[in-house]
Structures are given as structure tokens and as C-alpha cells.
Design a protein around this ligand. Structure first.
Ligand code: M6R
Length: 616
């Protein structure tokens, strides 16, 4: 959730940290803070913290810039305590010589706080994080015999770690030491290896202007960074070997590239992303796909898919595809529920987890639960080296590149493409997918990037619809079959970034209740593209119109008849029904974007949300 940046080296730390925080601000943004040190014996650390976005911190620093070659910075997404200056990180010890930043939750913080307060510690914030400062301070005092030796700080952090419970990433600096000590217990941390400098961050984009050589910390790792090197051990001090990974996308790929918003850039990137996801995975015979998976399609009897948010809707499309092509029963469940309901899985169950970030805690824990219960596991993932990638049996990467906009777009279409590949792989491997249908779908997938480009090119007509309906307070989204999830994803996009209330239903469900809501004031966005159930969809649209509802229909090119049943029509290229969710979601992404823009919303950083949800 929160953004973390640490730096030690020859540059002005404050500049590197502010730059890094700006690249991570999408992770959480209700307050920000920075601390800078120069390892001067006896000195106090300089910290500046401000509620609000990073600009508030920048303004505060303009008057009194911080100078030093070691520092920590943080953007916060509040869990414990309001987003104000006092609760912003870093948190300092009472003597202002020790600083801590943290992402995640310390579950036993209340009992620790009681004990520390009883021992004479004074707390300046309402956060769970501050408990860490006082705990480390106690352990630091207890190791006084080590004087200014670096080991003293490391031992203090290790000691504190034995007392805390939770899922977190912790980063510590002390005025007497020219090192940063970092520990990972579930929340992500990645180290950037430089020449005469080293960095750390909660996500790769913050590191890319300085290095592409990175080390992903794993759970239970403790790292000590100095300007000359990085040492990784376990919390117990035993050395751990962590190999560096070379990141193959550059800082520019994580920038806006001329677009007004990351979200818009990412919508426009979808044709290229689909090429990256799909191409190179088709077999030369035009009938099969080549996925580098250990999975034997005949060794499973059933599939469960679990994920959160947009990735969950991708999983629901996957359900239809796998059932249809591989004739395997599939269940899909939100990860936050799956992990707690003692799921019935065994070694003949394939558990598919889906995640852009690979760090969503609900999804990670759902994966762990499935593994504990003996399921075979596969992840559809974007971020390489992420926590999920390290714990799963097989990974199918979507190759979407960095997705910065909080509202997921290109990762969604790439996840759908990955599910198309997986369903084909399972269907062909199990002998349930005939040659003719396989050939048709594979040819359709080859044409898909171009058709998604055409859907994007029709942005102007979506903008007109957004303009017409931008003041409406409620929306209903409908879809059938493989496009039920399209309706849900369209509604989610609209509510996330425009804050308009939007509900989604399977079209056939409307008459069982939601129809009561229909009146002139509520636009109904209906996916009515070519499908087996097209005629039934049209009947449902008539039911809406009979109640003076306003229909915005999504229709396939060439369907002139739909105009009789709709107030507005958004056309998309005609594609095979099983591929249609990939094309159909594009106008819905654009509708959300164009509406939010007209309402003056902060498209890339919508209120209350964070890009990567690493708390429960
Ligand atoms: O990184 P993940 O794919 O695991 O994230 C899951 C959800 O948090 C994410 O899709 C969220 O719903 C987005 N804000 C949707 O736009």
C-alpha cells in the first residue's frame, strides 16, 4: 500500500527519495514524509512530514531543504490513525536519533504499546508503526556495549522483530550509523544495486532511474545496505543468498509518455500488451499454444480461481473459457473469502490465482491456503519477482509492463488473454477442444490487438456519451454469458474513478429485482454484442425501455437493428463471442475515464484507493 524509498550513497538523499516517492505515489497517498542523515555522531535526524499529497511535502522542503547522503521516505495509505502530520512516517525515537518507516500492519501493537508506555515511552502518533521505533530503541539501548558498531543497530532490529507479529516491511536508520536496515515479513521490498550507492523501495519504478539491477527480498529477509554493498540474512542472522534480477523495462516505460494520465496511456497500450501476452505462445500448427508450464492438463479434475477486484472479474471470464474449452468444472471466489472458508481442494485441483501486482495479500494468502491443502497452483501474474511468483508451482506472465494507474486496465485485458491461452492449453491437452474451434480462436487471437486498437480509436463517440450522462448519480451495467464479468468490470471502473454509484447484474437477473430501480434518471449500459443469447438480451433491453429507462448499448459492428432498442450505441469490432470480453471492456474503460475527467476527478489517484493492497 504505502510507498517506501531508502537511499545511501554519494547523491543528495532527499532528491533521490522525493523522485522515488513520486514514482510510487500511486501506492498510497494520504501523507508523506522524509528523514535525512549524515551519520554525524551525536547529531539528530532531520525529518519533515506532511498530510496530503507529495506536493505538500515538497512545499515544506522548499523553505528548509534537507541535506545528507542517507535517507528514508514514505507515502502513507492510512491503516491505524488519521492521515495527519503526526501519523505520517518516518517516526522518530524521542531522542530523534532513530527513524522507522513501515508498510503493513503490526497485529500485536496494542499490547506492545501498553508495555512500552508502562516502561516510560511517550508516543507521538496513533500508528502501529511507532511501536517499532520504541521497541528498536529499547533493544538498541540493551546493546550499548557495541557502541557505534553497525552490528548494534542490526541486533536491535532483529530483537524487535522477535516481538512483533504481522505482515509488514520495515526500514530503519540511525544517526550514528551509515547503513539502512530493512526487513520483510510479507510486504514487498526490493533493493536497487548501484555503483557507490544502494537503494531500496517498495516497488521497482522508484529504482529505475538509478539502476536496473535489483534484488527482491523474501519473507524473513533482513538486509543491511551501505553505500558499498548489501548483506542479506534471515531475521536470525544466518546468511541468505539472494541473486540480482535485471529489470527489462526502463524508467520511461513507467512514465506517462505524453498522455494526461497513466490510465489513459495504459488503455492505449493494450494492443501492444496483447501482442506481448499472446504472440510467441502460438504453436506453428495453428491449433495449439505453447506455454512453459509444468502442469499436466490430464492430471487435474477441477479448477478453482481466486483473485481480488479486477483480477477476480478476469477469473470469471476464465471460468467460462475453461469450462467451455476444457470441460473442467471451475469455481471462482474472491480471495478474501477463499482463504478463510477451508476450501475443498486436493492434488487433482488446479488453483489459479490472478494478480497484476503479485503482492495482494488476500490473493497471496489464498494461494498459501490452497498449497497447504495440497492443490496444484498456477498464477496469472504481471510483476516478475513478486511474492506470488515465488510461491506458486507455475506462472503464466501477462507481460503488461508497469501498470501505474490505480484503476487497472491493460492488466485486465492481458489477464483475459492469458486465460484464453490457458483454456486452449487445457482444452487441447485434455482432448476436449476440436481442431476447428481451436483454429478459429487462435486466428481470432492473432487479430485481437488490431481490433482492440479499433475500439480505442472510437474514443470520441464514448466521450460524447460520457458528456451526456456525466451528471447521473447511478448506473446499471448488464451483460450475459462470458460478458457478465464485463458488466461488473465496467461498473467497477466507473465507481473507482468517477465515484458514481454503479451496479452490475447478469442481464437475465434484472427482472428479478433491479428492474425496480429503472427510471429516466438511470442509464443502463448493456453489453449486447453478437452472442448466442443476443435475442434474449434484446428482449431485456425492451423491458428497460418499456419503463422509460435509458439504454446505452454496446453492439457489434454491422448491428444496425440495435438502434431500435437503445438510446445510444457504442460499436465495437465483431469478434468471436469467447474473445469478446477483451474488446468489449475497452469502451467501458473509456467511459469511466471520460466521465471522471469531466467530473474533475483525480483519475490516476482516486480517493481511498491504493494500487497494491497489501493489508487485509
Ligand atoms: O494487483 P492485483 O491484481 O492483485 O490487484 C487486485 C485488486 O486490488 C485490483 O484489481 C483493484 O480492484 C483495482 N483497483 C481495479 O481497478
Amino acid at each position: 500500500m504505502c510507498g517506501i524509498v531508502g537511499y545511501v550513497g554519494g547523491r543528495e538523499a532527499a532528491e533521490v527519495i522525493l523522485d522515488g516517492l513520486a514514482r510510487l505515489e500511486y501506492r498510497g497517498y494520504d501523507s508523506a514524509g522524509i528523514v535525512v542523515a549524515d551519520a554525524a555522531p551525536g547529531a539528530r535526524l532531520d525529518a519533515v512530514k506532511r498530510a496530503g499529497k507529495l506536493d505538500a511535502l515538497r512545499s515544506a522542503l522548499q523553505g528548509s531543504p534537507l541535506s545528507g547522503h542517507l535517507g528514508l521516505g514514505h507515502t502513507r495509505w492510512a491503516t491505524h490513525g488519521r492521515p495527519n502530520d503526526a501519523n505520517a512516517h518516518p517516526h522518530l525515537s524521542e531522542d530523534a536519533r532513530l527513524a522507522v518507516i513501515h508498510n503493513g500492519i503490526i497485529e500485536n501493537y496494542l499490547e506492545l504499546k501498553d508495555r512500552l508506555q508502562a516502561g516510560g515511552h511517550h508516543f507521538a502518533s496513533e500508528t502501529d508503526t511507532e511501536v517499532l521505533v520504541h521497541l528498536i530503541e529499547d533493544h538498541y539501548q540493551a546493546a550499548a556495549e557495541l557502541g557505534r558498531a553497525r552490528e548494534r543497530l542490526v541486533r536491535a532490529v532483529r530483537g524487535a522483530l522477535t516481538e512483533v507479529r504481522g505482515a509488514f516491511a520495515l526500514v530503519v536508520a540511525h544517526a550514528d550509523h551509515d547503513v539502512i536496515v530493512a526487513a520483510r515479513a510479507t510486504s514487498p521490498l526490493v533493493i536497487g544495486l548501484g555503483e557507490g550507492e544502494n537503494l531500496l523501495a517498495s516497488d521497482v519504478p522508484a529504482l529505475l532511474p538509478y539502476t536496473r539491477e535489483v534484488v527482491f527480498l523474501e519473507d524473513g529477509d533482513l538486509a543491511v545496505l551501505s553505500r558499498d554493498g548489501v548483506e542479506v540474512t534471515g531475521f536470525d542472522g544466518a546468511p541468505r543468498r539472494r541473486d540480482a534480477t535485471t529489470i527489462d523495462w526502463d524508467a520511461e516505460a513507467a512514465e506517462k509518455g505524453g498522455f494526461d494520465h497513466y490510465m489513459l496511456k495504459e488503455i492505449y497500450e493494450q494492443p501492444v500488451v496483447l501482442q506481448n501476452t499472446l504472440f510467441g505462445r502460438f504453436a506453428g500448427n495453428g491449433l495449439d499454444v505453447r506455454l512453459e508450464l509444468e502442469l499436466d492438463p490430464r492430471a487435474i479434475d477441477r479448477v478453482v480461481v481466486t483473485a481480488a477486484g479486477t483480477a477476480f472479474y478476469a477469473g470469471q471470464v476464465g471460468e467460462v473459457l475453461i469450462e467451455r474449452l476444457a470441460r473442467l468444472p471451475v469455481e471462482v471466489e474472491v480471495a478474501s473469502e477463499f482463504r478463510y472458508r477451508r476450501p475443498v481442494v486436493d492434488e487433482r485441483t488446479l488453483c489459479v490465482v490472478v494478480s497484476q501486482s503479485g503482492e495482494t495479500i488476500d490473493t497471496l494468502e489464498a494461494l498459501r491456503e490452497a498449497r497447504r491443502r495440497g492443490a496444484r497452483t498456477l498464477a496469472i501474474l504481471n510483476v516478475k519477482g513478486s511474492s506470488i511468483s515465488r510461491e506458486v508451482d507455475d506462472v503464466l506472465y501477462i507481460h503488461a509492463g508497469p501498470e501505474i494507474g490505480v484503476a487497472s486496465t491493460k492488466a485486465y485485458t492481458a489477464m483475459l488473454a492469458a486465460f484464453e491461452l490457458l483454456a486452449l492449453y487445457l482444452g487441447r491437452g485434455r482432448g476436449t477442444l476440436p481442431d476447428a474451434l481451436a483454429a478459429e480462436l487462435l486466428q481470432g487471437l492473432r487479430e485481437l490487438p488490431q481490433q482492440v486498437q479499433e475500439a480505442i480509436d472510437r474514443r470520441a463517440s464514448v466521450a460524447e456519451v460520457a458528456e451526456r450522462f456525466k451528471e447521473r448519480r447511478d448506473y446499471l451495467f448488464l451483460g450475459r454469458g462470458v460478458n457478465v464479468p464485463t458488466a461488473f468490470e465496467g461498473a467497477l471502473k466507473l465507481k473507482e474513478i468517477s465515484y458514481i454509484h454503479a451496479e452490475a447484474y447478469a442481464t437475465g437477473e434484472m427482472k428479478h429485482g433491479p428492474i425496480a430501480l429503472i427510471d429516466r434518471s438511470m442509464p443502463v449500459v448493456a453489453v449486447a454484442t453478437a452472442s448466442e443469447l443476443y435475442d434474449k438480451t434484446v428482449s431485456n433491453l425492451q423491458e428497460v425501455r418499456a419503463r422509460e429507462g435509458t439504454v446505452i448499448a454496446l453492439a457489434s459492428d454491422g448491428d444496425d437493428g440495435i438502434r431500435r432498442h437503445a438510446d445510444e450505441v457504442l460499436y465495437v469490432p465483431a469478434v468471436h463471442e469467447l474473445l469478446s470480453p477483451i474488446v468489449n471492456v475497452v469502451p467501458l474503460q473509456l467511459l469511466a475515464y471520460e466521465t471522471a475527467l469531466r467530473l474533475g476527478r483525480d483519475v490516476d489517484r482516486p480517493r481511498n484507493l491504493a494500487k497494491s493492497v497489501t493489508v487485509e
